[in-house]
Design a protein around this ligand. Sequence first.
Ligand code: BG6
Length: 496
Amino acid sequence: MRKGFPKDFLWGGATAATQYEGGYDKGGRGLSTNDFVTEGSHRNPRKISCKHLNGTTELLDRENEMPSDAVGYIMKDIYYPSHKATDFYHHYKEDIALMAEMGFKCFRMSISWTRIFPKGGIQGEEVNEEGLKFYDSVFKELKKYDIEPLVTIFHFENPAYLADHYNGWAGRETINCYLRYCKVIFERYKDLVKYWIPINEINVLRGYARLGCKQIDATTRYQAMHHLFIANALATKLGHQIIPDAQIGCMLALSGLYPATCKPEDVMGALEFRRRALFFSDVMMRGYYPSYTESMFEQLNAVVQKEDGDDDIIASYTSDFLSFSYYRTTVYRDGMPHKTDTGGQMGEQNPYLPHSDWGWPIDPIGLRYVLNELYDRYQKPLWVVENGLGAEDHIEEDGSIQDDYRIDYLREHIKEMKKAIVKDGVDLIGYTTWGCIDIVSSGTGEMKKRYGFIYVDMDDKGNGTLERKKKKSFDWYKQVIQSNGEKLETEGEKYV
Ligand code: BG6
């Protein structure tokens, strides 16, 4: 039996370019769909700004369909959080030095697709050397500190050109563009990056901003998903050909799900709802569409076109590991609509759990539950690549940030991960907490929903000096990493 975390456990933090990198118009980068997504808040959902063929502009609900004559458009006097984000583009050296000071073994980040191919990699398009150079510098900086990069290739931002010309992932041509992009980055970074995630949270992708598709009906969405499965399999194949020791994993939003009662309808309903998430890992980890696909597509009214050979591709190149984000659990009651948000599946509140200021239940035991659920199902290495508490931080008079609530949240989740490893024998290879440095919230567009160990001076409207500042949790996490997850308490320690 293991005694604790494996010796080479990959502790670290996670980010995404569209929420962290900024420099949206710098270095030859092209526009991506997320660059049209406005600020927002918990109560005022973010919008997409678009322009119609006749020249009129409109702000659309991000979850709704985009009219077929419209394209994404940047309006004056609107604040778009992805444009500057928290400016990793100009601060990467300083930020990576801070991560190194915390002892990070691993840093999860994404490459901004349009920084490499401004139009997305269409036939004959030239690669943007300046974009490649930027990531050369970032990966070299990480190497300097022996921090292993974990790179997400596609994290919530589609090249606007592909969205507007091919309807994003609903169009099969997007697979070819994506693979051109993958080939370029695999070849360029083969000596610097070993761990890759082709697609972030495939199970919560929909609509224009995240999937590049104007329609939101089930046929469009699942057709896009089929294309993503092919893209994932072929990227896995390509990655292994170019980087022999590469580890390439799929990634899902997999917060946990419980039935509301022991009423059989609730239990069966919860199982069916859970399949709406596990469907994706079933395909990518096992290599085939699961037995319940037909009835699920029938219920959804989804019709998916496959080409000859697609099933073989999916079967031949399955993922090496399953990574997932875990923030919370939720509760399913018979008859509820099947909803998701950035935290994963969404049902009703659990009366036994406290919740964050954004209403996300806090459930560390749920993490052990999910780790077991996934390991029992797939028997392949798992990686928690997102976990954390989005909370508002306050700067004390002495300048410190006493984020004990964040420490408490992370500590309890780490304890449960340890139990999953030690008691349940789960093969868990790493843990990268979400938003290790403050970044823009993807769900709400706010800055005040902070996850970081490092505070960034910026408000919801993008005002601030961008100065970086350590929170109390900074030294705490450093100690966690140093002790390989053994020293989790703060008592007796002085953190300023
Ligand atoms: C995950 C995403 O869904 O959850 C991240 O991969 C996101 O991009 C994170 O930021 C937390 O969600 P939010 O809405 O609090 O930013």
